[in-house]
Ligand binder design. Structure first.
Ligand code: 9Z3
Length: 314
């Protein structure tokens, strides 16, 4: 496996990297001065391009539901939120109005002189609270959006965000819900142009992506409350793999989930305990989202962690 430092030495940052780095710096400095709590929410799947001029790529499953819903709940708990997401995956607030839903809420009228667009009366009740919360978050500058496509984009942004979050020490929470590729084609092993089918079926050799949780938890943000997600499809592996990850990277919490049941069941695994958070059928039917209790539980644990740290320092 490539060492994490070699990865940054051999992979160019994305073209908009410096712009995003400035945005991250400015956002973090402002919220740190205000002594706010901050959370980095990663969301959506990373891609692995197979060609430099990318026509084909390998993708990781994630719609971005977990991350985008959680970002909204963290805002409700007064956290400043860095929402780092895959381009075109779900985003906080707009996630409630996807596809044609939004257009179906609107009316258009044309009296020959002017055209006006209005929200249908029966849609106002749905749209107004979402819009109000969105406006509140944007106008109070409590949320910053940065996005990625490839696993390399993601890893560059992740490190840059951590560099800015380090100053928050225990007040920073990292909520790593993005589905990050474990395998990739290194840039120096990738063809420039589209792979041609005329040359026969290609054999594509994937390498292991370095595990960035290691430097992240031990070097980049050693005082932060770091929570990672573990996605499995085999229930028999779920808890063992979550424990392995905690043991290896020494962070605070792994939230384990199975692909098919992720919307109504997760298991919190910490070094000292494990417990399940789940939604009943009735709760799901009432429209409750599992991200609400997940975030509420983490906010409580984060508070205990911050309080513990200040007691230990006295
Ligand atoms: C998750 O396990 C997320 O909960 C989901 C959310 C991706 C399942 P959706 O976006 O799905 O709501 O559709 N994320 C972590 C996935 C991951 O790649 N984790 C790595 C692993 O399991 C370790 S950090 O090895």
């Amino acid at each position: 496996m490539t060492h994490w430092e070699d990865f940054y030495n051999t992979h160019l940052p994305p073209t908009d990297f410096e712009d995003n780095r400035s945005l991250l710096k400015e956002f973090c400095e402002r919220h740190n001065k205000l002594q706010n709590r901050i959370v980095l929410v990663t969301s959506g799947g990373t891609t692995v391009p197979l060609e430099h001029n990318t026509v084909r790529f390998v993708d990781n499953f994630s719609a971005g539901t977990r991350g985008s819903a959680s970002a909204e709940y963290f805002l409700d708990h007064d956290y400043a939120v860095i929402f780092m997401y895959r381009v075109k995956s779900l985003e906080p607030f707009t996630r409630h109005l996807t596809g044609q839903q939004f257009f179906d809420m609107l009316d258009i009228t044309d009296n020959g002189q002017s055209t006006s667009i209005t929200v249908k009366p029966d849609s106002v009740d749905v749209f107004a609270p979402i819009l109000a919360k969105y406006k509140q978050a944007r106008e109070s500058q409590m949320i910053l959006y940065v996005n990625f496509n490839t696993v390399a984009d993601y890893l560059w942004l992740l490190r840059a965000a951590c560099e800015c979050l380090a100053a928050f020490e225990e007040r920073a929470l990292l909520y790593l819900a993005a589905a990050v590729s474990d395998f990739y084609v290194p840039q120096d092993m990738m063809p420039t142009h589209k792979i041609q089918s005329g040359q026969g079926a290609p054999t594509i050799s994937l390498q292991l992506v370095p595990k960035m949780l290691a430097p992240l938890a031990s070097l980049w943000v050693p005082h932060a409350f770091v929570v990672s997600f573990k996605l499995e499809t085999d229930e028999n592996l779920l808890i063992t793999k979550a424990r392995d990850s905690l043991f290896k990277y020494n962070h605070k919490m792994v939230i384990a989930n199975i692909l098919q049941t992720r919307k109504h069941r997760v298991v919190f695994v910490s070094p000292t305990m494990s417990y399940e958070v789940h939604l009943s059928r009735e709760q799901a039917l009432q429209g409750l989202e599992i991200e609400e209790p997940i975030v509420a539980d983490l906010v409580k644990r984060h508070s205990e962690y911050i309080n513990g740290a200040s007691t230990n320092r006295q």
